[in-house]
Design a protein around this ligand. Structure first.
Ligand code: G1P
Length: 284
């Protein structure tokens, strides 16, 4: 299966950090955010990846490419551990890049991958959503896909006050944590949200989605919304939502970005004691 990773967003919520730096390249402890997403696809058995980029996103390509000069310097210094890690990143997967020339929305960003994907079911992992789970989130969706053979969307329940940040689904729970979707709304106001079940940036789609995006007029924020295209898809095929196990962070949000750095640092042996000591001191 192929994976599409949209990473063309402007990152305006993170300004000024993202004035000249793609949000997907922001560090999470010691790796750029998008590397976690690429590694999730790979550890789920997906090695054929296309990243949708735009102007100013070239550093993403450089990150996953061979860095000859750096490799030579690390070799000269005999810094083999760093050399191994730098080489590993360049060998992770077959990664292709397609540019979305205009920021016309998430639906459109996925649409530009249609020729690369062809007539096959494919995975989508949003480049600014990081999910930590025992079993990678996209793997969990693939397991559900095997059972239903149709499009599957990752969801989690959120506090009712947060529904306007997400695509929200309405559906019937047919098994524990599995919903047959009836309707989807992109970023509704609290009063209009049918549920608090929010879409979380991991999807498995049948290729029928592409013809639905073609028919999708601009929606919320005047962008071609994936959620609107899914309502069109729903008229042709069933779509299921799966409440996955795992913790999700939105790198596009300043506080979430700070939070993930602290939480991940606390999980790393090399930082844990120092971090706890620092936090205790600060609280005191
Ligand atoms: C996008 C989708 C939204 C989804 C969210 C998850 O919104 O449009 O449906 O809930 O990702 O991160 P964005 O965060 O790109 O505005």
């Amino acid at each position: 299966m192929k994976a599409v990773i949209p990473a063309a967003g402007l990152g305006t919520r993170l300004l000024p950090m993202t004035k000249n730096m793609p949000k997907e390249m922001l560090p999470v402890v010691d790796k750029p955010a998008i590397q976690y997403v690429v590694e999730e696809a790979i550890s789920s058995g997906i090695n054929d990846i296309v990243i949708i980029t735009g102007r100013g996103k070239e550093v993403i390509e450089n990150h996953f490419d061979i860095a000859y000069e750096l490799e030579r310097i690390l070799e000269e210094r005999n810094d083999l551990e760093k050399l191994k890690e730098i080489k590993r990143i360049a060998e992770l997967a077959d990664i292709y890049y397609i540019r979305q020339k205009k920021a016309l929305g998430l639906g459109h960003a996925i649409y530009v991958a249609r020729k690369y994907v062809g007539n096959e079911t494919f995975a989508v992992l949003l480049g600014d959503d990081i999910i930590f789970a025992k079993e990678p989130c996209i793997k969990q969706l693939l397991n559900i896909y095997k059972k239903f053979n149709t499009s599957i969307i990752a969801v989690q329940k959120v506090d009712k006050s947060l529904v306007s940040r997400y695509g929200i689904i309405d559906g019937e729970e047919i098994e524990k944590g599995i919903y047959k979707i009836k309707n989807l709304v992109e970023k509704p106001d609290i009063e209009e949200a049918p549920t608090n079940i929010a879409i979380m940036g991991r999807y498995i789609f049948t290729p029928t989605l592409f013809e639905c995006i073609e028919k999708t007029p601009p929606g919320k924020n005047n962008e071609i919304q994936l959620t609107d295209a899914l309502n069109i898809l729903l008229k042709k095929e069933d779509i299921y939502a799966y409440e996955f196990e795992g913790k999700r962070y939105d790198i596009g949000d300043k506080f979430d970005w700070l939070r993930i750095n602290i939480e991940i640092a606390l999980q790393r042996e090399e930082f844990r004691e120092k971090m706890l000591k620092l936090m205790n001191e600060l609280i005191r």
